[in-house]
Ligand binder design. Structure first.
Ligand SMILES: [Zn+2]
Ligand SMILES: [Zn+2]
Length: 148
């Protein structure tokens, strides 16, 4: 599916063609919370070669947190996507920056649950982990037969 994303001020627009777009992984780690300014972050996955910045390339700034380059709009601060030197072929778009409607996942996986804030603890079906989950994003999509 071709996903279209943008920042809040719309200086930056991007597209990514990917089959790994179910927004099931709810991350409560402090980096996701702080860089999203939200109780959690949700990233999906694509290939870096399938990412196209369609507008405002020069407005994108990156912040390295724990080995990941977190890319955001320098004007409005919206988080856009993440890259990582350890997996140089991949990109993790921030699901909340995607304007294309994303499907509801069959279950959620809540990760870094120990870092969850007390004032927002949603009741979601699915597994909880204190660290990264057992499955990769690819394996989750394969397990639930979500690939075309
Ligand atoms: Zn912006
Ligand atoms: Zn996180």
């Amino acid at each position: 599916m071709l996903l279209k994303g943008s920042c809040q001020c719309e200086k930056v627009k991007y597209e990514v063609e990917t089959n790994f777009y179910y927004p099931y992984m709810i991350c409560y780690c402090s980096i996701c919370r702080k860089t999203n300014g939200a109780p959690f972050g949700v990233n999906i996955k694509g290939k870096l070669c399938d990412l196209k910045i369609t507008k405002g390339d020069s407005y994108i700034k990156t912040f390295n947190a724990n080995g990941s380059e977190r890319c955001f709009c320098m004007t409005c601060g919206s988080p856009l996507y993440i890259t990582n030197n350890k997996w140089p072929e991949d990109v993790w778009p921030n699901a909340a920056s995607i304007d294309t409607p994303l499907p509801e996942p069959p279950e959620y996986q809540q990760i870094f649950i120990d870092d969850q804030i007390k004032w927002y603890q949603p009741d979601l079906p699915g597994k909880k982990f204190n660290t990264y989950p057992d499955w990769s994003i690819d394996e989750f999509h394969q397990h639930w037969d979500l690939l075309p």
